[in-house]
Write a new protein. Structure first.
Length: 327
């Protein structure tokens, strides 16, 4: 349906966000409802259905029969994007081998497309966002974890079984801290929001720590320091917070050097709350790339902050419909 709007649904552990997205990637309306992830499967699907119906109620003229191209859904994984089945997400115990796409198709009689948030957000950036016009895109969401997506010619790269692009679990230090995935030294364990907070807490616990606003912002308790507090202190000119973030930028440069050597994307786009904080250091990361990549033209690859910020899940889900991947 050329020109038709799509409905994007972003499912998280505690909320379901749903929005109406037009053919140019503009989010026309969005809402959110609580997610019920610790009850049964029926309660979970009712939460998703209520979010979708809230959009229908607010925009009846845009969601009438024949007006929507489909429903796109981002759900926590593991999931199978080809079959539309949510497998066993730790944050959503209500669903185990649950045919989410088929259930939503049964309820709403529309094509339904399912994927994880990083794949979908990367696709949205490739179709509508900062990566529009680039054929080979590497997308990374930096937040509580680090998720990645690979998009070639506006198509998500899945690998043999659909499990490709787990770039957040690339090891850059095999003696490094253990990641939640079980491996050591993953970039997620070194440069995600919790990793930044942990690094800051260690620095504050040193025998003679530098004076820092981070402890003050944490109410005098260094154990309460978060990545958000590190960012706030950095914006206030705190030298120790700057050192913590500069070390994070150096770790990201090592990781991206490997990504470039493997994929040589035309553009690298970042999303997520930590990405906005680290965007100040994009120039520093680019300057470090020749140390960590054998590609002599590695510094030509743009490092960009994504278009959609907190709405990346909604836009990404909608983009799944635009790419025409029906389940």
């Amino acid at each position: 349906m050329p020109g038709a709007s799509t409905l994007g649904v972003d499912i998280g552990a505690t909320k379901v966000a749903a929005g109406l997205v037009d053919a140019s990637g503009e989010i026309l309306y969005h809402t959110r409802v609580p997610m019920v992830g610790h009850e049964d499967a029926a309660a979970g699907i009712r939460a998703v259905e209520s979010a979708i119906r809230a959009v229908f109620a607010e925009r009846p003229e845009d969601t009438a029969p024949g007006q929507l191209a489909g429903i796109g859904v981002c759900s926590p994984g593991p999931l199978d994007p080809r079959s539309g089945v949510v497998l066993n997400p730790p944050n959503l115990p209500c669903w185990r081998n649950y045919p989410l796409a088929a259930e939503l198709h049964r309820i709403f009689k529309l094509p339904v497309h399912l994927d994880n948030d990083a794949n979908a957000a990367g696709l949205a950036e490739a179709i509508w966002g900062e990566a529009k016009g680039f054929r080979h895109v590497f997308y990374a969401t930096l937040g509580t974890g680090i998720g990645t997506g690979i998009v070639f010619d506006r198509q998500i790269y899945y690998g043999r079984t659909g499990s490709a692009a787990e770039g957040g679990h690339m090891t850059i230090d095999f003696r490094g801290p253990q990641c939640g995935c079980g491996k050591r030294g993953c970039i997620e364990a070194l440069a995600s929001g919790p990793a930044i907070a942990e690094r800051a807490r260690r620095r504050l616990a040193e025998p003679r720590p530098s004076k820092s606003k981070m402890g003050e912002l944490a109410g005098g308790d260094p154990a309460q320091v978060t990545a958000e507090i590190v960012g706030e202190a950095f914006r206030k000119g705190d030298a120790l917070a700057s050192e913590v973030l500069l070390e994070t930028a150096d770790l990201l440069a090592v990781w991206l050097g490997n990504v470039i050597d493997l994929l040589e994307p035309e553009v690298i786009v970042f999303g997520g709350g930590v990405a906005a904080l680290m965007s100040t250091f994009f120039g520093h990361i680019r300057a470090q790339l020749p140390r960590w990549s054998i590609n002599q033209r590695c510094q030509e690859i743009p490092l960009l902050l994504g278009r959609y910020s907190a709405d990346a899940g909604i836009a990404g889900a909608a983009a799944l419909c635009q790419a025409g991947r029906a389940t």
